[in-house]
Write a protein that binds this ligand. Structure first.
Ligand code: NAP
Length: 489
């Protein structure tokens, strides 16, 4: 069948979260309207829509966790709560007129490169569409990962993942179990502790936690930011450089310096946990920063409440009634909540994107995810990834990286139009060389210092984090690097 029988767009963006909306806004601002956003759900927000668990908030300050072109003077707190981020994204999308471009409840079922037509054939529940350029803005934290513990499916009580919170499930008076003490787990535990009759926290690795010191932003400051946006820009700039300084400590890992910083966490633990046995259980045994450093003032105090137990023994199995530990102890539960993270390096989506010669992204990434500047993959012409491999940050706002990628992709589209290029495909040797450079740089970072984290894939390779400052990435992505690509006119 001919292409013209299907709806055709110049650009198809998958995902209406921070990156997809940001890309769409950039296109709209330049006067383009020949694009579509495919969104699997019925609202914008991406991970900030899905993660609606009690207490969900961002651990990057509000002023930095927003688009540079759409600062929000109305943030109510230093650290933005999830409902405010979601509302911000929805309002910003509406303000820039991108909502009409969204196809709601429209997950991408598959996409295949058509070499003859030089476009992508995209399968959706509503039928096939074609697009010259495909932008995957699906994010690394969009597919919840349940733990591979034997017996999980046999549990007879209520079971859900933190990113799929069951708001209809009343925890009052229930025996609740929580698996996982990462960024998500430590945020909702203090919220649900007062409701639960018994709360058991199953901890595999104690996280590093430092003081959060969140506070409301006073009304006079908000009024000031409205009247004088420059004031908010200056605050943002200050936060930006403070965070880049933290980044230096993570990228240029030095065990002696790391021990000094660790003292911050150890002091926090000592101040908040008086019981030596509990403190010992909660003391991390790896370099601070190797996993994400968590911010909380209320997690440790929640663990000291009489209805809470922290179990650091290995979970052997989930039974119909609850959890069985390695020492055969049984813990009966009514509700089990898995705060066990996401498929960041093995997302099912990778098996749905078919490039040149029928090769799937999952096959191209058989030895690990890799993309030139986190955006383009050899053999997948006119495909751009947002927050692709090695663009994640351990120290600052992802919105900074997203905006760099938006700029790069926009420049690429402009160059393609200007030169009348039908297809671009990153040269394999360029991608190889770039990846070698990345992996070499990562060797000296704290993330590669020996702990196991979601930053590493199953081979132990760090395919998620950017090993440097955000301004370095911005510099590298400022201009489209035409020489790095094979172009088809
Ligand atoms: P996560 O950081 O990957 O934490 C998962 C937790 O589950 C860890 O404690 C992990 O233990 C545990 N776990 C996983 N599989 C297990 C198993 N089979 N048995 C026992 N325990 C298991 O996931 P997350 O907390 O959802 O956070 C993911 C990322 O989302 C964060 O790193 C951050 O980038 C983002 N996030 C940010 C915020 C924020 O801004 N405040 C909030 C939430 C999430 P191990 O440590 O031993 O692996």
């Amino acid at each position: 069948m001919e292409d013209k029988e299907f709806p055709h767009f110049e650009v198809a963006i998958v995902g209406a979260g921070f990156s997809g909306l940001g890309m769409a806004i950039r296109l709209k601002k330049s006067g383009q309207s020949d694009f579509v956003i495919l969104e699997r759900a019925s609202d914008t927000g991406g991970t900030w829509r899905d993660n609606s668990y009690p207490g969900c908030a961002c651990d990057i300050q509000s002023h930095l966790y927003s688009f540079s072109f759409a600062l929000n003077p109305n943030w109510s707190r230093l650290f933005p709560p999830q409902p405010e981020i979601q509302a911000y994204l929805r309002e910003t999308a509406a303000r820039y007129g991108v909502l009409p471009h969204i196809h709601w409840n429209c997950p991408l079922l598959g996409a295949a490169w058509d070499e003859d037509e030089k476009n992508w054939q995209i399968t959706t529940p509503g039928g096939l569409i074609t697009a010259h350029v495909l932008v995957l803005a699906t994010g690394p934290l969009s597919e919840p990962s349940l733990p591979g513990i034997p017996g999980l499916a046999s549990f007879k009580g209520k079971l859900f993942h933190s990113a799929q919170w069951d708001h209809a499930c009343d925890l009052t008076g229930k025996r609740v179990g929580v698996i996982g003490t990462g960024a998500s787990g430590i945020q909702f535990v203090p919220e649900i502790q007062p409701q639960a009759a018994r709360l058991t926290i199953f901890q595999r690795t104690p996280p590093w936690i430092v003081p959060r010191q969140d506070r409301p932003i006073p009304a006079w400051q908000r009024a000031l930011y409205k009247k004088l946006p420059l004031a908010q820009r200056l605050v943002r700039l200050k936060i930006y450089w403070q965070r880049e300084a933290i980044g230096a400590g993570l990228v240029y890992y030095n065990p002696a310096r790391s021990k000094l910083i660790a003292q911050l966490g150890l002091n926090h633990l000592k101040r908040q946990i008086a019981d030596p046995a509990l403190r010992a259980k909660l003391t991390p045994n790896y370099a601070i920063g190797c996993k994400r450093i968590l911010l909380s003032d209320d997690f440790y105090p929640a663990l000291t409440r009489p209805n809470v137990e922290v179990v650091a023994d290995r979970v052997a199995a989930i039974t119909p009634e609850g959890v069985r530990l390695a020492d055969d102890r049984e813990i009966p539960l009514d509700v089990l909540i898995c705060a066990t993270g996401f498929h960041a390096t093995d997302a099912p989506l990778f098996t749905k994107i078919k490039g040149r010669e029928g090769r799937y992204l999952s096959e191209a990434w058989g030895k690990g995810m890799r993309a030139y500047l986190g955006a383009t993959v050899s053999g997948f012409p006119n495909l751009f990834l947002m927050i692709g491999p090695n663009t994640g940050l351990g120290h600052s706002s992802m919105v900074l990286m997203i905006e760099s990628q938006i700029k790069y992709i926009f420049e690429a589209l402009r160059a393609m139009k200007k030169e009348q290029i039908k297809a671009i495909d990153v040269r394999p040797e360029i991608l190889e060389h770039y990846n070698e450079w990345l992996q070499e740089r990562l060797k000296g970072t704290v993330w590669n210092s020996g702990c196991k984290s979601w930053y590493l894939d199953k081979r132990g390779q760090n395919t998620t984090l950017w090993p440097g400052f955000t301004f370095t990435f911005r510099r590298l992505t400022r201009h489209f690097k035409a020489d790095a690509y094979n172009s088809t006119l």
